[in-house]
Ligand binder design. Structure first.
Ligand code: ZN
Length: 356
């Protein structure tokens, strides 16, 4: 398997196209072989799709549809070595994905997430304002949806302050206290995109309140579907958020529970960037072929992290477009892309979903 001591030392956004291609070709094939040998269900899927796959040197991985983790429990480690099972509830399905993690994978996810987030926040922990209510990490029903994200990112902050009450109303006292203490310092604000918009930005506008922080960074994540329904673009989101929070930096990021750790953060140009440990491909689902730059297709995410479950190549349920590689004006290397929306449930039936 990969030498993670070396892999973790790689700069997050500096590997060029040729080197990244070579790295991924080798490592993804090793991961495919590892999962083929270690996970019987995965082996059955691969054998059904492409017999003799195992013996074809440096074959690109056969990507599994993300929703396969809702129907099958795919583990590449012994039962007694599973340290944690992370779950996610889909927005359109009652079923949840179940991802088997061993200690090694959990540690690796956290280290990679730390490396990526520090690129944006800096090395030091920052005072942190969380756009949610404190019970979200205690409530079992919402835990998987939002609690995991909040807990993971809480490590980068201190003086954690929740901006909302349990009924989603604004906790003005808490925000005012946080603001009066940290308004001149660099602060870290985190929330899910829709929560930030609906229960924070809109609510503050209704109250005619603003908290103009002198410096700070807002990271936000989660689907745009509800905002698109309200005709709120990323530009409108940024502009109106700055009206209530001051001239802070705002970065959306994209990621999924099936590949926790490798998040895709939006740069100053508004482009989502692949970190060195993961990569994307835009796929034409009609023939499962990769599409060139500039064409709409379904996003496939490839990651070097998963060893305890076969999640190294996943066809997501999101539509995206590749904007370029290595040449973003922000100076970061790697592929950069946009997410355009979610696909209709019926379109997701990839080749890996044939067992259902
Ligand atoms: Zn960029």
């Amino acid at each position: 398997m990969a030498n993670w001591t070396e892999l973790l030392e790689l700069p997050v956004y500096q590997l060029n196209k040729a080197d990244k291609k070579a790295l991924f070709s080798t490592e993804l094939f090793k991961l495919s072989q590892h999962h083929y040998q270690s996970c019987l269900a995965y082996r059955r899927i691969i054998d059904a799709v492409e017999p003799r796959f195992f013996f074809k040197e440096n074959q690109p991985p056969i990507a599994l549809a993300a929703n396969i983790f809702k129907h099958h429990f795919l583990s590449s480690v012994e039962q007694q070595n599973i340290a944690k099972i992370t779950t996610s509830s889909g927005t359109t399905s009652a079923q949840v994905s179940k991802i088997a993690l061993d200690k090694e994978n959990i540690a690796r996810q956290q280290r990679v997430l730390t490396k990526i987030i520090k690129q944006w926040l800096g090395k030091k922990r920052l005072p942190m304002l969380i756009i949610d209510h404190p019970n979200v990490i205690k409530d079992k029903r919402s835990y998987s949806a939002r609690g995991v994200g909040i807990q993971g990112l809480s490590l980068f902050g201190y003086h954690h302050t929740y901006a909302l009450n349990e009924d989603m109303s604004i906790n003005e006292d808490a925000i005012t206290e946080f603001f009066s203490r940290y308004q001149n310092e660099k602060v870290f604000i985190f929330g899910f995109t829709f929560m930030v918009w609906q229960y924070f930005v809109k609510a503050l506008q209704n109250l005619a309140r603003s908290y103009p922080f002198k410096q700070g960074i807002l990271l936000h994540s989660g689907g745009w579907k509800k905002l698109q329904q309200q005709a709120v673009s990323n530009d409108i989101f940024k502009q109106q958020t700055k009206q209530v929070l001051g001239n802070i930096h705002i970065h959306n990021f994209y990621g999924m529970v099936e590949q926790t750790g490798t998040v895709y953060v939006e740069c100053e140009q508004g482009h989502l960037h692949c970190p060195v440990w993961s990569d994307i491909q835009i796929i034409n689902v009609a023939n499962m072929q990769e599409l060139p730059k500039g064409e709409r297709g379904v996003i496939q995410v490839n990651s070097l992290l998963p060893t305890s479950y076969p999640g190294h190549a996943i066809i997501t349920e999101d539509i995206g477009i590749l904007l370029g590689e290595d040449d973003c004006q922000c100076g970061r290397k790697g592929k950069y892309f946009s997410v355009l929306g979610r696909i209709e449930q019926a379109q997701v039936r990839g080749c890996s979903d044939t067992q259902n």
